[in-house]
Write a protein that binds this ligand. Structure first.
Ligand SMILES: [Zn+2]
Length: 64
């Protein structure tokens, strides 16, 4: 197996992972505010609750 084969395998693995995981990509880090309603949230959190997370995901689904 040469370097090109290895690279191709990596890309295929990356692609199949992307196809399996169809949810919109969530924000990478917390800003201290809910990504959906912009209300202040606890450190390390991105949404105030499950409902906001779902709403945010649906919003991004529609834009695709
Ligand atoms: Zn919220």
């Amino acid at each position: 197996m040469d370097a090109i084969d290895i690279a191709t395998n990596e890309q295929e693995r990356e692609l199949s992972r992307a196809l399996t995981y169809r949810k919109p990509e969530p924000p990478k880090q917390s800003t201290g505010r809910c990504w959906n309603c912009k209300e202040p949230v606890e450190q390390g959190r991105r949404w105030c609750d499950k409902r906001c997370m779902t709403e945010w995901e649906q919003l991004h689904d529609r834009n695709r």
